[in-house]
Design a protein around this ligand. Structure first.
Ligand code: ADP
Ligand code: MG
Length: 553
């Protein structure tokens, strides 16, 4: 009997030990898996490191590549395309050699001067590096802005007075099926939207019978004149093969004629050029423009004698806007991760647009998705891997980055917005708070790297044109005695304007790279609907000119 009792007791003890071992074992395994998830984040943080030293190397590389791209055709990954825009509109009088700001003080943002055109009313007495048009155009002009996600149609009413115009804008998302279909369908869609705005409007009496149109086409184009150019390649998920190699303005012109619209494509410009035009119209110290939206690109004002690959290029102003196509920039100093490599391989344009794929709205959300997917493969805390996580660009090209921004900026203690987005959009329900915090951290790492690289790109341009403070006049002994010209960079794109954390990181990095003394002279100005409005302004200025200012000898 005693033996039986002993046997039962031993059996119970063994079973209890086994259960305890099982529980402990499971806990150890869970902890180990969690450690691996945390390890994924740590590895990401390390491989996305952007120290100021590294950013300065990217700055130097950008300036070097700009020189190379200007020196010879195909000399760099930066195409440095001629735009044939040799004059920029200005809404202010030209009165002197030096820049002086009088009026409303700009808003100070994170230590960085940050001015919104829509709300600031600076009276600036200045002259810029470029030739400025006398501004007396009157009438109604149109702008078409084909971005990567959105399409905008604009009507700009010019009153013939400096710095005054009214604007009417209609925006709609580009239907994804049109991005990969036939060119005829895309251009029909564009022309119909324009037709709608024209019919709705009440054009001023000064408007000519044939209406002038500025077409902003945000893809790499080899310009053949200010109003014509050949599509080099598609980016940002577009793949309409029958368009590559075609003259873009001509295709639009034919479509307008087919639809019975009496309109003339007066200028064909890149979105950066439109943004620079509007930026310059409002502030003559504007020397460059940057877009950070679905994709990213920049342009700036260059002296014609620096455009070595085009010797004999003569303009009345002595300069021309150069479209950098910086989305294709690459430097070995850029911190690249396995996620970037996989994203590139699975993108519609592998081995292309390396800078853009680390910076712009089309890609940031997808990098975050890839990291969350890796985490979910390391631990079951995320539950089973759902298709929404495992398919590249699963939520479309435009959706994931706004969701990433919303998660990143969720400041509720329980991260309720993060929980909702994970549940509703990524189909990951009931993720514990500690895992939600990791997701926010992933968004932070990816956005911070992107913003800091964009800042390095901007300083690269400033370095190329001698506006980074390295070559400026010192009037005293210290760095703060340095005399630096006010330098304005026009900026547009929803990633920058809508994603506060991204914008703050970008400004922070500009300060780190340039130093406070120099950074206070560099102003980033948002131009509202600049790419389309600027194109309409350029259409106005080019419609009234009977002579072509540009000569290629
Ligand atoms: P486009 O590139 O078509 O000219 P936008 O400049 O408006 O258009 O940029 C659209 C892109 O900006 C979207 O694809 C998206 O990636 C990003 N975006 C839009 N809204 C936000 C937001 N709130 N937060 C972060 N990114 C955003
Ligand atoms: Mg745009």
């Amino acid at each position: 009997m005693a033996k039986v009792v002993l046997g039962v007791a031993v059996g119970v003890a063994v079973a209890a030990c086994a259960v305890a071992a099982l529980v402990v074992g499971r806990r150890v395994r869970t902890r180990r898996k969690w450690k691996r998830v945390v390890g994924v984040l740590k590895e990401l943080e390390e491989s996305c490191e952007t120290t100021v030293g590294r950013l300065r190397q990217v700055v130097d590389a950008m300036a070097v590549e700009m020189h190379a791209g200007l020196a010879s055709e195909g000399g760099s990954k930066l195409k440095m395309l001629l735009t044939f825009v040799d004059n920029l509109p200005s809404g202010f009088p030209i009165l002197g050699q030096y820049s002086m700001i009088v009026g409303v003080p700009p808003v100070c943002y994170f230590g960085m001067v940050f001015e919104f055109l829509s709300c600031c009313n600076l009276a600036a007495l200045s002259v810029s590096c470029s030739c400025i048009l006398p501004w007396s155009e009157k009438g109604t002009f149109y702008g078409l802005d084909l971005g990567g996600t959105n399409f905008r149609v604009l009507r700009v009413e010019l009153g013939g007075q400096r710095s005054s115009f009214d604007r009417d804008v209609a925006q709609q998302a580009i239907p994804p099926r049109l991005m990969t279909g036939r060119s005829e369908d895309l251009f029909d869609f564009i022309a119909s939207s324009l037709q709608h705005l024209v019919e709705k409007g009440n054009d001023s009496e000064q408007s000519p019978i044939i209406k002038e149109l500025g077409f902003t086409f945000s893809f790499p184009v080899k310009q053949t004149s200010v109003s014509s150019g050949i599509l080099i390649k598609w980016t940002k998920g577009f793949a309409i093969t029958d368009m590559v190699g075609k003259e873009v303005a001509g295709v639009l012109q034919q479509t307008l004629a087919r639809k019975g619209l009496n309109m003339q494509v007066a200028v064909l410009v890149n979105n950066t050029v439109g943004t620079l035009a509007l930026g310059h119209y409002h502030d003559a110290d504007t020397v460059a423009a940057v877009i950070i939206g679905t994709g990213t690109n920049a342009c700036y004002w260059e002296r014609t004698d620096a455009i070595i690959k085009c010797q004999g290029l003569l303009t009345t102003s002595g300069g021309m806007v150069v479209n950098m196509e910086w989305g294709n920039f690459w430097s070995s100093h850029m911190p690249r991760t396995s996620y970037d490599i996989e994203l590139d391989a699975e993108s519609p344009n592998p081995n292309d647009q390396g800078f853009e794929k680390m910076i712009s709205g089309m890609y940031l959300g997808d990098i975050v998705r890839r990291v969350i997917l890796r985490m979910s493969q390391e631990s079951d805390v995320f539950g089973p891997v759902f298709s929404s996580l495992s398919v590249p660009f699963a939520l479309g090209y435009a959706s994931m980055t706004p969701l990433m921004a919303a998660m990143h900026e969720d400041d509720s203690p329980e991260l309720t917005k993060v929980a909702r987005i994970l549940k509703d959009d990524l189909k990951i329900p009931d993720l514990p708070l500690k895992a939600r915090k990791l997701v926010v951290k992933v968004c932070d790492v990816v956005a911070r790297r992107a913003a800091r690289l964009a800042a390095a790109g901007i300083v690269g341009i400033l370095k190329k044109i001698g506006r980074d403070g390295s070559g400026c006049i010192r009037v005293g002994r210290t760095r703060s005695d340095t005399k630096m010209r006010r330098t304005v960079v026009a900026i547009e794109g929803s990633l920058y304007t809508q994603y506060t954390m991204f914008r703050e990181y970008l400004h922070e990095a500009l300060h780190e790279i340039l130093g406070e003394d120099i950074a206070q002279h560099v102003i980033l100005k948002v131009t509202e609907d600049g790419s389309g409005t600027g194109a309409a302004l350029l259409a106005a200025s080019h419609s009234s000119k009977s002579v072509d200012n540009v000569q290629l000898l």
